[in-house]
Design a binder for this molecule. Sequence first.
Ligand SMILES: Cc1cc2nc3c(=O)[nH]c(=O)nc-3n(C[C@H](O)[C@H](O)[C@H](O)COP(=O)(O)O)c2cc1C
Length: 470
Amino acid sequence: MFEAFTLSFRKDISLVELPQNKEIILQSSTRKLAFSQPASGLQTALKTLYDTGGTATELKQLVQQADGIYGMLKFHSYLQKFISLGWVCHSVLPFATAVPQVWEYEFSAPVVDCQEQFFTLSRFAYLHQVEGQMVLESPLSKAKVILPDWRGVAIVAKLSQPQSCSTLVSEIPSITLEIVQQFLSLLLATQMLSQETYKEVENATLAQWDFHDLLFHTRSRQGRHTNPTGSTYRFLGKIEPQPVVKPPMSKTVIQLYQPNLERLKTADIPLTQVLEERRSIRNYHSCPIAAQQLGEFLYRSARVKNLINREYSNRPYPAGGGLYELEVYPVINTCVGISSGLYHYNPIAHQLEQLCERTKDVEALLKDAWGASGQQDMPQVLIVISARFQRLSWKYEAIAYSLILKHIGVLYQTMYLVATAMNLAPCALGSGNADLFATAAGTDYYAESSVGEFMLGSQSTDENKPEASG
Ligand SMILES: Cc1cc2nc3c(=O)[nH]c(=O)nc-3n(C[C@H](O)[C@H](O)[C@H](O)COP(=O)(O)O)c2cc1C
């Protein structure tokens, strides 16, 4: 099988000839191999791998003719080395090319039994267009498969149902059994197929991964790809970054109560007590939370403490890069002193900007939260947290969304602790409707939509009658 593939260097391997030193240098981003005074057959084989590619048999014949049997054996071991370094693409021309996505990845193709076996595409494999070519990828694979010919795409489409080699040969025009065999071997080598005898659902670990979760996990962490990751600033000079805080959304504002932090530093209950007493509470006192309490809660958990160079800020919770992409939207059901409706929290002015009254969408947001929390009390205040996505993705590549979810976690915990210290009833939620929120708040779904929800209200026990502190 190995002999049948056309082998070529990955596009990110460079080949430099130094005639004065009679040297050929091959280089990846992490490694350099120098061949000093290479024999003529070896030189030609290396250049063929770099240019057009060739099968292992063709390349070895070429070296043997020029350099003899020992030259060929030496080349064979070099070829093995290139493959084990993840430098070599394997192609079934013109249908498919497997390109390693990582270094040190060894492509190893199994023999396909065309008599007995049936093949199905893995549910984790996905086909998409990249720079004008169809590319098959999978979070299970350390390689991607480029499909330049439509018949390759047609084979992949057929593989949504179990297929034998012979059905593929009979249904795809102008394709031989040998090509189908190689194509399937390449898909098996790159973990794109699940054979009918091996069902992914039978593997309890994989069965519990959603496709999108596993893809997100593999692409937002390092290890399974060599894509750019982290603070790459790829839009610098091309697109303006998002501002440090969102410009005001409405002229109808409510100035919120600002607690006396100096007094709270001594009056607050100790940290250990807050941590030990923190719990999720989904029932409320009949007397709703008051505007003063909501003001104190937002000030202590989400305000801008100070701006740095008008680009970054400090807030009570930490955030990657100091960028603070999260926005806080209180949805008021019942609150003494604030009428029911949807508001945006301005974290610099410490104001609520009213976006709308209690519309059908506002009602639906509250009802969703009530459903997600076991249909107990309707939240008195539902705090919807949205993300201005481009505030992070302008700077960070591959990890922007995973950072947002981490930020939601630290904000939730800050809100839980502040609510506990204030004797309020807090409860985080794990799901919410981002489309509904975008419609209610009038945001562009792709620029800013909801990523978290947090319920807040007055505590129901008599001894904890809600009272503003601070
Ligand atoms: C990220 C996150 C998501 C949650 N989602 C929900 C939810 O959708 N509905 C709900 O009633 N509680 C939800 N909770 C609250 C948990 O059920 C609660 O934290 C857990 O049972 C532990 O109880 P405790 O918070 O009282 O210590 C969530 C908590 C977190 C941190």
